[in-house]
Design a protein around this ligand. Structure first.
Ligand SMILES: [Zn+2]
Length: 255
């Protein structure tokens, strides 16, 4: 049976998401920005929390862990590189490890850059990826603990997932990301289509995610640093992709 998901806002612009295996009843929350909206989503669905899958140590992804763990006795899975900064960890994972949520199986993909130990969870059978603050729709996370080159390699890894992969990210930043992306690729038709779609979604207070790898490859400038038009657009024709990426990321920080 296919995995089910439920997406909801937490804090101001964080996303919470539940992943449910209808066959076994197992349910994971990906990160735990705050306990109350996660509890509300569990109540609304009737699902029982069995696992917390943590992508990275930032407080807006981990503040709810302790309360959820106390109440549900769920298992906390966290990146090996950051487990010391994350509360109540039961199991640490790294690149290539498998994580089960009931019968749903994820591969762990290490995606350093935003934080040094950041990971993503890739559910191959259901073509779902939970990417935390590495990749956003039409954007990417700030490079806080790693280097731009590391972040570029992490994004290239995610870009290699199948086009149909649905991407759940940690924040609703799509509107601002599109405004910035238009300054890098003003003539990108896929980006114009995405802008029109996102405007409608935002006007109706609907989430702009999940997005897909296929859509992001066409319109997200941070996944396109090795496209000649993008390099030329920032005056860096012929430069290595990681340098082009660093320039785009620097411009976004100032935007
Ligand atoms: Zn973060």
């Amino acid at each position: 049976m296919p995995a089910e998901t439920r997406l909801f806002l937490c804090r101001s612009d964080n996303y919470g998401v539940l992943l449910h295996d209808p066959e076994t009843g197992a349910t994971a929350t990906i990160d735990a920005p705050e306990a109350a909206p996660i509890e509300a989503a569990l109540k609304a669905t009737g699902w029982k929390l069995t696992d917390i899958l943590v992508t990275h140590h930032h407080a807006d992804h981990t503040d709810g862990i302790r309360a959820l763990k106390d109440k549900h006795k769920c298992r906390v899975v966290a990146p090996a590189g950051e487990a010391a900064k994350i509360p109540a960890v039961d199991k640490t994972v790294r690149e290539g490890d498998k994580v089960q949520v009931g019968k749903l199986a994820a591969d762990v993909i290490e995606t350093p850059g935003h934080t040094a130990g950041h990971i993503a969870y890739w559910f191959d059978r259901d073509k779902l990826a939970f990417v935390g603050d590495t990749l956003f729709s039409i954007g990417c996370g700030r490079v806080i603990e790693g280097t731009p080159e590391q972040m570029w390699r992490s994004l290239v890894k995610l870009r290699g997932l199948p086009d149909v992969t649905r991407i759940f990210c940690g924040h609703e930043y799509t509107g601002a990301n599109i405004r910035f992306a238009r300054t890098i690729e003003p003539n990108n038709k896929a980006l114009a289509v995405r802008e029109a779609q996102a405007k409608q979604q935002i006007a109706k207070s609907e989430p702009t995610i999940p997005t897909t790898i296929g859509e992001e490859k066409q319109a997200n400038p941070f996944l396109r640093a090795d496209v000649p038009e993008v390099a030329a657009g920032v005056g860096m024709a012929g430069k290595p992709a990681a340098e082009v990426f660093a320039e785009i990321r620097a411009r976004k920080n100032r935007f």
